[in-house]
Write a protein that binds this ligand. Structure first.
Ligand SMILES: Cc1ncc(COP(=O)(O)O)c(C=O)c1O
Length: 444
């Protein structure tokens, strides 16, 4: 019997023993094609020898030095590299060990900015429903996924939630995409007014929604309108690119395609590509200057911030993305993947919507295409799909509850950037077989 507290306590997990490009191999020798890069993590696949070499070399030189005493060469080099590639203005970086930590740091930086700039009365964060920002208490407070929050509400910080961008279900039949963006922006501004003047310190959103909504992209101008509202009200904009950032959507930063620069941004997952656990929070001069001329230090830390080996691994990932032209490859393979998905699923009786960008796609399932009626949640379509996919040798990321926390099933697809066209066909074929099995299955 295992001593590990696994994610599910009544499930036997196969043991992964090796990686081969986009494939994972279990202890019985079975191969699985990884169509979701785990959870949009393993963007270079599972056996990148350059990254592994860089990590080994750093371990030989210096594994770790505590940041209360030292800085290190790989941490400095990664900071230079990331800020040089980041949207103009994101010039400062704080390294941590994952996405939740990056979000916690972002929220605390934003609040500290308010305090240090003489605006201590700003104590309200606004976020969006059906969002995921992590599982620690601050990040969970910001998150709008009901099933994650359930039971923990008494411990959560007061965060106000507005509507996410979810065109498939929320844009009116007669509404243009631009009109939809304006409606969402107006809702955001009304929430600021309701919270009270000078009370809101930040707004946090995933630039492209990840697991909870399944790669839903914002309508044109949405983020420009949000940026403008934040500026007019003195509110910091935090973009959570933990899942959608670091090349996943075809540009290194998802916000590049939205024409906005946040005050604070969070990245993780693809940053270390699974070779090392690492996340980062970037911010602008405005935020740093308020702290520098105030207390002089961020009131935040973890033991493993700026971990030398993690930074060396992430730096090697960044080099690989640039030197191998992987962003262009994500765009080209992404277009191929979208076509492959549309060929199999556009007319499928149980597929309501296919959306996404780059190598980041969501397919939403419905019981009835005409009425957009979801499957009965009791059928657990998403859970059945995950099992059916694994039986096919396919790893993907199905999820339930997109609509309202309970109803709605979709699958998130985020293959490694190194995937070939024939491997994308393999993914689409296996997914089609798995969907047909799952949609036909009786309740568990
Ligand atoms: C958008 C987003 N933010 C934050 C997180 C939390 O990251 P982690 O699981 O590394 O703590 C996730 C994880 O899925 C995420 O998708």
């Amino acid at each position: 019997m295992t001593r590990i507290i696994h994610r599910s306590l009544d499930h036997d997990y196969p043991q992964a023993v090796a990686g081969d490009g986009p494939y994972l191999i279990d202890s019985t020798g079975r191969r699985y094609i990884d169509a979701s890069s785990g959870a949009a993590v393993s963007c270079l696949g599972h056996s990148d020898h350059e990254v592994i070499r860089a990590i080994k070399a750093q371990l030989d030189r210096l594994p770790y030095a505590h940041t209360s005493f030292f800085t290190t060469e790989p941490a400095e080099a990664l900071a230079e590299d990331l800020t040089a590639q980041a949207p103009t203005g994101l010039d400062h970086v704080y390294f941590c060990s994952g996405g939740s930590e990056a979000v916690e740091a972002a929220i605390k930086f934003a609040r500290q900015y308010a305090v240090e700039s003489g605006q201590a009365g700003r104590d309200i964060l606004i976020a969006r429903r059906q969002s995921y920002h992590g599982s620690t208490l601050g990040a969970l407070s910001a998150g709008g996924r009901e099933s994650n929050r359930r039971g923990f509400e008494p411990l959560l910080a007061p965060v106000r939630h507005v509507s996410p961008c979810y065109e498939y279900r929320d844009r009116g039949a007669d509404e243009t995409r631009e009109g939809y963006a304006r409606r969402l922006a107006a809702e955001f501004e009304a929430e600021i007014e309701r919270a009270g003047p000078q009370r809101v310190f930040a707004f946090i959103a995933e630039t492209v929604s990840g697991a909870t909504l399944g790669a839903t992209t914002p309508p044109p101008d949405y983020f420009r309108l949000i940026r403008d509202i934040c500026d007019r009200h003195g509110i910091l904009l935090i973009l959570d690119e933990v899942m959608c950032g670091m090349g996943r959507t075809g540009t290194l930063w998802a916000c590049e395609q939205e024409g906005v620069v946040p005050d604070i941004a969070c990245i993780a997952k693809g940053l270390g590509a699974g070779y090392q656990p690492i996340g980062a929070t970037l911010c602008t001069d405005k935020v740093i200057d308020a702290v520098r001329s105030g207390s002089g230090a961020f009131a935040h830390s973890h033991t493993y911030i700026g971990h030398a080996t993690a930074c060396a691994g992430a730096l090697a990932v960044q080099h690989a993305i640039r030197e191998r032209g992987l962003l262009a490859q994500v765009r080209a393979r992404g277009a191929y993947f979208e076509q492959a998905l549309r060929e199999r699923f556009a007319a499928h009786p149980h597929v309501g919507n296919i959306r996404g960008r780059g190598l980041f796609y969501g397919v939403e399932f419905v019981a009835d295409r005409g009425t957009m009626e979801p499957f009965d949640p009791a059928l657990k379509l998403h859970a059945n799909l995950k099992a059916a996919a694994m039986a096919e040798g396919l790893l993907c990321y199905p999820m339930g509850g997109a609509m309202d926390g309970k109803r709605g099933d979709h699958v998130l697809l985020a293959p490694p950037f190194i995937v070939s066209e024939s491997q994308l066909d393999e993914i689409a074929d296996k997914l089609l077989r798995a969907v047909n099995v799952a949609a036909a299955e009786p309740p568990e």
